[in-house]
Ligand binder design. Structure first.
Ligand code: MEV
Length: 450
């Protein structure tokens, strides 16, 4: 491998995109021309659209593409949705679609918004008489609300704003540590910028309040703001998605009748409630669906994941987010999940395809989008558990895996048909497919372009 030399750089961010690509290619690639061609090859054909995409981040060289698909036939609260999903893992969209279709003939998904409250915190250090602070807190609260009224004006017009401000004395956990715990309603926006702007203003108000209020003396006039930031843990921004039918309506699965299926299914959910190793994989399956919709609508998938996993261990043990109940011949399966998402603001309307995703969903409110995401998560979970307790997961996965390997090998139509026939019911590995295709090509050389 050729040794490259100029691996550090100053002023990289000021270079033009072309110069950045040239520098990267010349210093880090074994095939600079190929790298340049491929990076440029993924640029958007419209300069305007590319400019928008470049603006989302820094030092952008190109676009990293992911499959954008849809899962049709989702019946949620009586509405039919064709749900856009961005995901690279094979079988996820197919599984969501099949679960959507399955439940569309059994009453569909029901989704209920339990709450939409979001949380922000101002963490501060203060040494003084807490009784004095508690006494003047109502005055401080009014001042905090007054000083942010210019920030909250528009949100208040839309029915949102600051819901409450609590003073928490946490000095038993950390010396001199106090917190303002603030709850917000941010309507159709995820609200991160709105919340953070309010909290930073609160920090300034706190400093001047302690300094100027006559109740505080000496050292008590000084407060140190440690930080002011929203919390991504939003257990009260919660949605419940559920499906329900008579056990008999579940139908049979190969040799397995509905009642055996239902009790195996319920057992699988119970295992994921009691065993954190299984719960993690179980919840990962739920997020396969949720993240795909979160990405397709340009919401913040890191925030959604962080919150979901915290919520999954809210009682001290990490557990399945979904639950199942069988009683009186009924099968009920549901998922409670906090989802702080937006349908305005952030990138939701800036990202060209996110905008189209929202359009495909009928331009939903944030509450409606929460309902859709939770239903897709539940559908994904249903499909995974159904496969696991019946055929096993590999059957569906292997089919997609085979197609990916065949694509990688540039297999033509004839080769693909033969490979699909040959590998039906067999274990698939990269080398077994490669050997099969190579043998075919030796025996009968056929042009390898599709
Ligand atoms: C794979 O991406 C997701 C599953 O492992 C989820 C599960 O096991 O429940 C199939």
């Amino acid at each position: 491998m050729e040794k490259k030399t100029k691996k550090s750089v100053t002023g990289f961010s000021k270079l033009s995109k072309e110069d950045k690509i040239n520098w990267i290619a010349d210093n880090f690639s074994n095939d600079p021309e190929r790298l340049k061609k491929e990076l440029i090859g993924f640029w958007h054909s419209s300069q305007n659209q590319q400019k928008i995409l470049d603006g989302f981040s820094e030092n952008t060289l190109s676009n990293f593409v992911m499959p954008y698909g849809v899962a049709p036939n989702f019946q949620i609260n009586g509405n039919t949705y064709c749900v856009p999903m961005v995901i690279e893992e094979s079988s996820v969209v197919a599984a969501a679609s099949s679960a959507a279709k399955f439940w569309s003939t059994r009453g569909g998904f029901k989704a209920e918004i339990i709450g939409t409250t979001k949380i922000g915190q101002v963490h501060f250090s203060w040494e003084g008489d807490i009784a004095k602070l508690q006494k003047v807190f109502p005055v401080l609260k009014e001042k905090l609300i007054e000083d942010t009224s210019h920030i909250t004006a528009n949100m208040r017009k839309r029915g949102g704003g600051i819901l409450d401000i609590e003073l928490l004395d946490l000095t038993h956990l950390e010396e001199n540590y106090y917190q303002l715990k603030v709850s917000f309603e941010t309507c159709d926006s995820m609200g991160a910028n709105f919340i953070n702007s309010n909290l930073e203003t609160f920090g300034k108000t706190l400093i001047s309040f302690f300094k100027n209020h006559s109740t505080f003396e000496g050292e008590e006039k000084n407060v140190t703001i440690i930080m002011a930031i929203l919390s991504n843990y939003t257990p009260d921004c919660l949605v419940r998605a559920s499906v329900e039918c008579d056990i008999e309506e579940l139908g049979s699965f190969g040799e397995m009748n509905a009642s055996v299926f239902a009790s195996k299914f319920k057992k699988a959910i119970t295992i994921a409630r009691i065993d954190p190793y299984r719960a993690t994989t179980h919840n990962k399956g739920i997020f396969n669906g949720i993240d795909a919709v979160v990405l397709a609508t340009a919401n913040d998938f890191r925030a959604i994941e962080a919150c979901g996993h915290s919520y999954a261990c809210r009682d001290g043990q990490y557990r399945s987010l979904s639950q199942c109940y069988l009683q009186g011949g009924r099968f009920k399966f549901w998922l409670d999940i906090p989802l702080a998402v937006g349908t305005v603001g952030g990138l939701t309307r800036l990202h060209p395809l996110a905008n189209r995703s929202l359009e495909l969903l009928g331009n939903p409110s944030a509450k409606e989008l929460m309902s859709i995401m939770a239903s897709v998560g539940l559908a994904q979970n249903f499909a995974a558990i159904k496969s696991l307790v019946t055929t096993g997961i590999q059957k569906g996965h292997m089919k997609m895996h085979l197609m990916n390997i065949l694509n990688h090998m540039d297999a033509n139509e004839k080769e693909t048909t033969k490979a699909v026939e040959f590998f039906d019911g067999k274990d698939i590995s990269f080398s077994s497919v490669r050997d099969f295709i190579q043998a075919l090509r030796k025996e009968n050389p056929i042009p390898t372009t599709k």
